[in-house]
Design a binder for this molecule. Structure first.
Ligand SMILES: C[S@@+](CC[C@H](N)C(=O)[O-])C[C@H]1O[C@@H](n2cnc3c(N)ncnc32)[C@H](O)[C@@H]1O
Length: 323
């Protein structure tokens, strides 16, 4: 499928000709590094549908910050399928889609994509704040049978821990939980509040409450920060320790496998966010480990930085127990 952008033809991923509902698509402007995240999602989801093919019942995909369906790469003008279209590209093996977005423009664009694919009976769009509508969304995902995968790709600090927890606990009567692929916005979000020698709420109004909402508990991250501020821990351990708390929170939700996070960086090496994968199933874990250790990206517009797996977490971090 080709599309004219800025006077030239570009390929749109795996989309087919009749998938495009409008001449001027509504697309989200993104940095080229977004293709790395979407490449990983696509690789994982392809293997996921293979692995779940023998499971009875619906195979569900939940996207809590779904965007309009298409992404336009700022640097090149190329348009790529965003997470909802990557997922719908795996129909009929994925056969239950739930999309949430807070922005009306995005939900309208998504509904157009769904109509163009005649998936109205299979794909539902909920417009609203994902933290408020998550229970409505989860009602559309069977809690006992089938398998489910959730993609949590927030813009900044918009997804609360309570929302992650609600998704993780939804299938508590089933053998396996909903698998999660969560983007944790440390560098693009939380980090700006942590300014040496300054009270957080002076840096940004309500900063403490914002971080409380994102983190698994309201105590430990503050202790970590206090230790750094008091000079008992080096400042350059802050990122890793906050990431560890998030990783540990996911473990404590009961997931059998929580991979160490993979960092996504800008071309000049600035870290942007960290990606966490959780699974309850050994096969999910194997696929996830393979995908996280591979260089994956949609398109060829932007070379990936050298693959980096900086953190390797396990549960014997003794500092955690002292917090
Ligand atoms: C990073 S984008 C998602 C991109 C998408 N996954 C893709 O691949 O194109 C984040 C999206 O979350 C939406 N959003 C922001 N805050 C939200 C909230 N509280 N609840 C639901 N959606 C939200 C924004 O409108 C935006 O479309």
């Amino acid at each position: 499928m080709f599309y004219t952008m800025r006077g030239r033809w570009v390929t749109i991923g795996h989309l087919e000709a009749n998938d495009m509902p409008v001449d001027e698509p509504i697309a989200r402007d993104v940095g080229a590094w977004t293709l790395e995240k979407l490449g990983l999602l696509q690789s994982y989801m392809k293997s996921y549908v293979e692995a779940t093919s023998s499971i009875q019942g619906k195979i569900s995909y939940l996207d809590v910050c779904s965007g309009p369906g298409l992404d336009r790469v700022r640097e090149t003008g190329e348009i790529h399928p965003g997470s909802p279209l990557i997922a719908m590209g795996l129909y009929p093996r994925l056969n239950n889609f739930v999309f949430i977005d807070i922005d009306k423009k995005n939900t309208h664009a998504l509904r157009d994509h769904i109509r163009a694919r005649e998936l109205e009976r299979t794909a539902r769009v909920i417009e609203g704040d994902c933290n408020e509508v998550i229970s409505d969304a989860l009602k559309l995902i069977p809690d006992r049978y089938g398998a489910a995968f959730a993609f949590i790709d927030p813009a900044g600090l918009s997804v609360s821990w309570q929302t992650i927890k609600a998704i993780a606990l939804h299938k508590s009567r089933a053998t396996y939980k909903i698998e999660l692929f969560v983007l944790f916005p440390y560098d693009m979000g939380i980090r700006r509040f942590f300014v040496s020698g300054r009270e957080m709420n002076d840096v940004w109004p309500n900063a403490e409450a914002i971080v409380d909402r994102i983190m698994p508990d309201t105590r430990r991250w503050k202790r970590v920060l206090q230790e750094v501020e008091a000079g008992r821990e080096p400042r350059d351990t802050l990122r890793q320790r906050i990431l560890y708390l998030y990783w540990r929170g996911l473990k404590d939700l009961g997931y059998a496998h929580v991979a160490s996070p993979r960092v996504v960086r800008t071309p000049n090496g600035r870290p942007l966010y960290h990606m966490f994968f959780t699974s309850d199933h050994p096969v999910g874990d194997r696929i996830m480990t393979h995908v996280l250790h591979s260089q994956r990206q949609l398109g060829e517009t932007f070379p990936l930085p050298e693959l980096e797996m900086p953190y390797s977490f396990n549960e014997d971090e003794s500092w955690y127990d002292r917090l």
